[in-house]
Design a binder for this molecule. Structure first.
Ligand SMILES: CC(C)(COP(=O)(O)O)[C@@H](O)C(=O)NCCC(=O)O
Ligand SMILES: [Mn+2]
Length: 968
């Protein structure tokens, strides 16, 4: 397929003019309009701030919405840090920690939004009575023997203070006594942490001593079950099967979850029949579990860790240790009873008949025999118990599995073998966190019980430790440290770049700092532990931390016989990247788009990245685009040294994440192109690049607004039919302004905006590659005498800034308004490439409205013109004859859209809509090309990628798609 940019059909007549954008150095302004809106109660107590601890800023704290609600949402408008909840599962070998960091609701309504909500029928009364503000659920593990590290971690993030702070805050706000806020000491006195597992008893005193908190013990089995129920109901890609190296996610129907069998493989094994929430019975178990493998394995191989033992098994051959059917039957199968020669007849059976000592066996072979013995045994016992109760679904959890392909294959094989294919083993991605999650769920005020899959967005764990624009944090251990260590110490804690194990010494008293969190000068804020910043360290370490470990392509474990394993790599991951769990972002306001024809079968992604060729291609595209993106991002922040360092760190972080996903695409659930494009945006934000294309967008908006009046005049001189065609052509032509496409970016270096636009328009010859224009036209203007009824409300999903929205979508919106159709412009909540955002749109519309009465009246009616709004207290009193033009945010910050998770504003706007127009490659091709809706849908896009054009529409780069699908 050649380089799509080399012979560019659009370049023929364009004069060479360099559009150099990276030199623009304008800085981001603070957006004060995003400050939360307070309602009933304001607390203005000055808060004592200690110097070396995270501070909770209660100034301006207010209860949001109805004060009478039982658990009202509390806003802390000036609180920049997170407040957290924490729960633990302290097992024999591992401590599993789940914590939730809350985030203030930044999207609280301004005046326009409030009036819009009234217009769309979104009132406070319909808000979930959920005390949570949204936030993130993080998963971390520690070795139990390193409990001090765990305590340091909790202390560094002040996680132990979260629960009681919230309790007090609720009490304080409802007592309306602003003096009620207590000192730090008082806060800690009542603090409790929920914990399960044996260590909750064993280590209770240490928690009290070190953190001043009491452990509240949660029953282990109960915790496991409620953790599993939560995951299976709320996390979309939680359960999967694993057969012959192939991981397949299983769609679980929330309403058809019970009964199921939960097999938790920890040191021992518990087998639990789960019939509902809180309704379960431990029906069986076995003492031969993870502890047996590790214990026996350690004795027999002298391995130092569980992971090392597991890694050994990767290179093992169990035939040296196990007695196989073939060994008994002279190399033959025992076909009469269906056993192949390679079936294990007796685990470790060969060791009895040979004159060999332990030293004569390879540790690798021993480890593998042991692993197979234990995994088969667990699989078999699990299946027999499922059979006992007639259960078809068996979920396996617990840290024994550790995402280890071979272990899962072995268990799956046993279940498949003994059930003759009737039952399936399923695994849970958060396998080790069931207990900790369950303990977390037992907090009364977390409000997570009734959350559903659409409220969670799983994101790659990558949080850069930036708070309030500054970088903070103790020395970095690994990727999960980076994800979690976000603290606000007053002294800058800087760390050693090259040698993280170097003994640090206190700058005040020169003492070596073994455990620096405990050092008295550190606590008093006198010591400086460090030399350089986290960011620099990340730049150095980032790639190293998550660089791919070479993995062999998935192979078979031999379902037909018990062959030597091949679904394994050279090395087993023991770092936290192997956890395979992301950070769960909880956004309680997200909703399923109500106009989806079938939400259950809806799949946003068009391209299947489980095809390795596709995956490789799109990874290359994103990698190749990286340096240009970094240039833009750095320029958008003024090109300062700091911006450059952040740009460098971003590039490393993003590349490292790509590498990790290339190695294991399903690491964080099913991977689609939309996820990759979103990862890039999230990663930019993580490194404080809040809007990399800001100046480019502004410049293109200005240039396009300048020519808008001429375009409108030209359109007005046309007949209705030619005008409709010109409008659709206009949208398709202007979709070329896409800074995410390599081919288009090359174009911009060779022509001005207006030249490219003109050229693009002249190329707009029908038939387009996908051309349903005639059907659309018929619906819009009819074919004979009878005029069709205009649509009541159209949702226009806009794409790029500049010509795309100004010269393409706005004129189309104007046409609809003229016909009496209400128009809702749906735009991104957060920036993504050069896409226009919902915050930017009102200003653009206001500018356009200066040249057009139709737009002005509609924008006024839709509350978009702030000047008009300021003079009118009650938006509903606007007496306008025009149908309204409104703007809503879509709830995402990506070039694509996943209709399973949209903003509540958009969901409300959709209720009266009977026409959807999806524009652009991201929203209409990469995602939703095959999506069906319950109303008329028009998908418009220019294909700006040669491979996609070939694959999707059997065409070429710059071909156009005009796909019209009447209501489904
Ligand atoms: C990121 C995009 C989806 C944005 O396209 P848009 O939605 O703006 O039409 C698109 O530019 C894209 O797929 N780019 C990568 C492919 C390429 O550079 O050829
Ligand atoms: Mn775009």
């Amino acid at each position: 397929m050649g380089d799509p940019t080399r012979k560019d059909p659009l370049l023929e007549n364009i004069e060479q003019e360099d559009i150099n954008t990276s030199s623009n150095k304008s800085k981001l302004e603070e957006d004060t309009s995003m400050a939360p809106h307070s309602t009933s109660l304001i607390i203005s107590t000055p808060i004592h701030r200690s110097s070396s601890r995270p501070q909770l800023d209660l100034s301006g704290a207010a209860i949001q919405g109805n004060f009478e609600e039982k658990d009202p949402t509390i806003l802390l408008p000036n609180q920049s840090d997170d407040i957290s909840h924490l729960a633990l599962d302290i097992g024999g070998s591992l401590i599993k920690l789940v914590y939730f960091s809350r985030h203030e609701d930044r999207s609280t309504a301004d005046k326009r939004k409030k009036s819009l909500k009234e217009r769309l029928g979104v009132f406070n009364g319909t808000r979930r009575s959920c005390p949570i503000l949204g936030g993130r659920l993080h998963f971390v593990k520690f070795e139990t023997r390193k409990i001090n590290e765990c305590l340091d971690f909790i202390y560094s993030k002040q996680l132990h203070r979260g629960a009681c702070i919230l309790n007090q805050l609720h009490g304080l706000l409802s007592s309306t006594d602003p003096r009620g806020w207590s000192s730090e000491a008082q806060v800690n006195e009542n603090a409790i942490i929920k914990a399960t597992g044996g260590g909750a008893y064993k280590f209770a005193d240490i928690f009290k001593e070190r953190l001043g908190v009491s452990i509240e013990k949660e029953e282990e089995m109960n915790s496991l079950v409620s953790g599993a129920n939560f995951l299976l109901k709320a996390i979309r890609h939680e359960a999967f099967t694993h057969m012959e190296g192939q991981k397949k996610f299983v769609q679980i129907d929330q309403n058809d979850l019970f009964p199921y069998l939960l097999v938790n493989i920890g040191s021992g094994v518990s087998i639990i029949k789960v019939d509902g929430d809180g309704n379960y019975e431990r029906i069986s178990g076995t003492n031969v579990g993870g502890g047996t493998y590790w214990g026996l394995g350690r004795l027999l191989t002298k391995c130092k860790s569980f992971d090392e033992l597991l890694e050994l098994s990767q290179r093992g051959d169990n035939r040296e240790v196990d007695m196989l059917v073939g060994d008994i039957y002279g190399g033959l199968d025992y076909s009469k009873i269906g056993l192949s020669a390679s079936t294990i007849a007796s685990s470790f059976g060969k060791a009895i008949s040979e004159n060999k000592e332990l030293e004569d066996y390879r540790p690798e072979d021993i480890s593998l025999s042991l692993l197979r013995m234990i995994s088969y045994n667990i699989g078999q016992i699990a299946y027999l118990n499922a059979l006992r109760f007639g259960l078809k679904r068996i979920f396996f959890g617990g840290f024994f599995i550790r995402g280890h392909a071979y272990t899962m294959d072995t268990i799956s094989f046993a279940v498949h073998f003994w059930s003759k294919g009737e039952a399936k083993a399923m695994f849970l991605r958060h396998e080790g966190f069931l207990g900790a999650l369950g303990a977390f769920m037992s907090y009364e005020k977390h409000g997570l019980d009734d959350l559903m899959a659409h409220h969670f967005v799983e994101r790659f764990p990558m949080g850069a430790p930036c708070v309030g624009g500054k970088i903070h944090g103790p020395p970095l251990g690994d990727l999960s440290d980076k994800a979690s260590i976000i603290i606000d110490f007053d002294l800058d804690i800087l760390c050693s770049l090259k040698n993280r194990d170097r003994v640090l010494s206190c700058s005040h008293c020169q003492t070596d700092l073994d455990n620096h969190w405990d050092h008295p000068h550190y606590r008093s804020g006198k010591t400086e532990i460090a030399k350089i910043s986290w960011m620099e360290k990340f730049v150095q370490k980032g790639t190293e931390i998550i660089a791919p470990v070479p993995m062999a392509p998935p192979g078979t474990t031999g379902l037909g016989g018990f062959e030597r394993p091949s679904s394994k790599g050279e090395t087993l991951r023991s770092d936290d990247a192997a956890l395979n769990v992301g950070v769960l972002h909880l956004v309680p306001t997200l909703e399923v788009f109500p106009l989806l024809a079938n939400p259950k079968t809806y799949e946003p992604n068009t391209i299947d990245l489980s095809d390795h060729g596709e995956l490789e291609y799109w990874f290359t595209v994103l990698s190749e685009h990286l340096s240009d993106l970094v240039d833009k991002a750095v320029a958008s922040e003024g090109g300062t040294d700091d911006a450059r360092r952040r740009g460098d760190a971003f590039a490393r972080a993003f590349s490292a994440h790509l590498a990790r996903l290339m190695e294991e695409p399903a690491a964080y659930g099913k991977l689609g192109l939309a996820n990759l494009l979103e990862l890039r945006e999230e990663c930019l934000r993580e490194f404080q690049f809040l809007d990399a294309y800001r100046t480019i967008k502004q410049r293109e908006n200005e240039a396009s607004l300048a020519v808008l009046p001429d375009l409108l005049m030209e359109l007005d001189s046309m007949s209705e039919e030619s005008r409709l065609l010109a409008l659709i052509e206009g949208v398709l032509a202007a979709n070329i302004f896409d800074w995410g496409s390599r081919a288009c970016v090359e174009l911009y270096h060779k022509g001005t905006i207006i030249e490219i636009y003109r050229m693009s328009r002249t190329k707009m010859r029908r038939p387009w590659r996908v051309d349903d224009f005639d059907v659309f036209k018929k619906r819009m203007i009819g074919s004979g005498d009878g005029k069709p009824v205009p649509h009541k409300r159209a949702l226009l999903f806009v794409d790029n800034s500049g010509a795309d929205v100004v010269l393409g979508m706005l004129p189309l919106a104007r046409e609809l308004l003229r016909r009496g159709t209400e128009v809702v412009l749906v735009a991104n909540s957060l920036p993504a490439l050069n896409d226009v955002t919902a915050i930017e749109l009102p200003e653009i519309v206001a500018e356009a409205a200066k040249h057009c009465d139709v737009l002005r009246k509609a924008a006024e009616a839709g509350g978009l013109l702030m000047d008009a709004m300021l003079n009118i207290q009650d938006a509903s009193r606007i007496n306008s004859s025009s149908v309204p033009l409104m703007v809503v945010e879509n709830g995402c910050g990506s070039p694509c859209i996943d209709f399973r998770q949209v903003s509540s504003e958009l969901a409300a706007a959709a209720k009266d809509a009977d026409l959807i127009i999806l524009e652009g490659m991201g929203r209409a091709l990469h995602t939703n090309f095959n999506a069906r809706f319950r109303c008329d849908t028009l998908k418009l896009a220019m294909v700006k990628n040669q491979r996609l054009a070939e694959k999707l529409v059997n065409g070429n780069i710059y071909d156009c798609v005009c796909r019209y699908e009447p209501a489904h």
